[in-house]
Design a protein around this ligand. Structure first.
Ligand code: ZN
Length: 261
């Protein structure tokens, strides 16, 4: 079914173009439905042919048509990642099979919403050090669509309690570090993270998040890019951990069951 992959990829690239708008505007509290996109440097309003996802960036050689200043590569990267991500989510949730029945369709829709929400949080946290509340809420909405139609009560309660435990853990961590390492956004993201991964998935997610977060911080400090005091946003690492836990869910469960009798 390469045809369907291509269609979903193109839809994803177009969705990625909108996610770019969310990444840039939500942290500043700007409206996302009105107002034309403009060049970051000269503020020129972009015409429709300058807004074609991926294509415009490539055709213009990564530069603004008026001021010739380089455009951020984050824009085409977000579009490409969304395209690849949408295609991957489509196949992971059953491909064309998921379009034929309601429960798989809800799972696919929920998964795409979760993917998009987490991608916007990653972009906004990297660029502005802000995790937009509305993206955590939409993440929960996606999780509801994904989980609710087929969930048994035990599974659901486990997810709720794991979310509350992860949120409490990060709230305590934030109190201990007096808010220097974490923001309230990380606490809210941890709630979502716990609900998405459940238990014991959350253990793998947190382990991966802290390990990669520490590694990257050390590399940035050694490389002279950051001082020890400067902030490295933690949201992207929480999301990296969550994604690993969701993708390698089965392998981790097998390992976990051998480890804890
Ligand atoms: Zn310009």
């Amino acid at each position: 079914m390469p045809y369907f992959s291509a269609v979903v990829f193109v839809l994803g690239v177009c969705a990625g173009s909108f996610l770019n708008v969310l990444i840039d505007r939500l942290p500043k509290g700007e409206t996302v439905t009105r107002g034309r996109s403009h060049c970051d440097h000269c503020k020129k309003t972009l015409r429709w042919y300058e807004l074609i996802p991926l294509i415009s960036y490539l055709v213009q050689g990564g530069r603004c048509r008026r001021c010739r200043k380089p455009l951020s590569a984050a824009y085409p990267v977000t579009e490409l990642v969304t395209g690849i991500g949408f295609a991957a989510v489509f196949w992971a949730t059953g491909g064309t099979e998921s379009l034929t029945a309601l429960v798989p369709l809800l799972r696919l829709t929920g998964s795409l919403i979760i993917f998009s929400s987490l991608l916007v949080i990653t972009g906004a946290d990297l660029k502005y050090y802000i995790i937009p509340d509305v993206m955590v809420i939409s993440g929960f909405a996606g999780a509801g669509l994904m989980v609710l139609p087929a969930a048994d009560p035990v599974n659901l309660m486990t997810r709720v309690f794991t979310g509350l435990a992860a949120g409490t853990f990060f709230y305590a961590l934030r109190a201990i570090t007096r808010g220097r390492g974490m923001g309230l956004g990380d606490v809210k993201l941890a709630l979502l993270m716990g609900f998405l991964t459940g238990y014991p998935g959350i253990v793998m997610a947190l382990y991966a998040a802290f390990l990669t977060g520490a590694l990257v911080s050390v590399i940035l400090v050694i490389g002279g890019r950051h001082s020890l005091q400067s902030i490295v946003p933690f949201g992207p690492f929480l999301i990296l951990g969550t994604a690993s836990a969701l993708i390698w869910h089965q392998a981790f469960l097998i390992w976990w069951k051998g480890f804890i009798p």
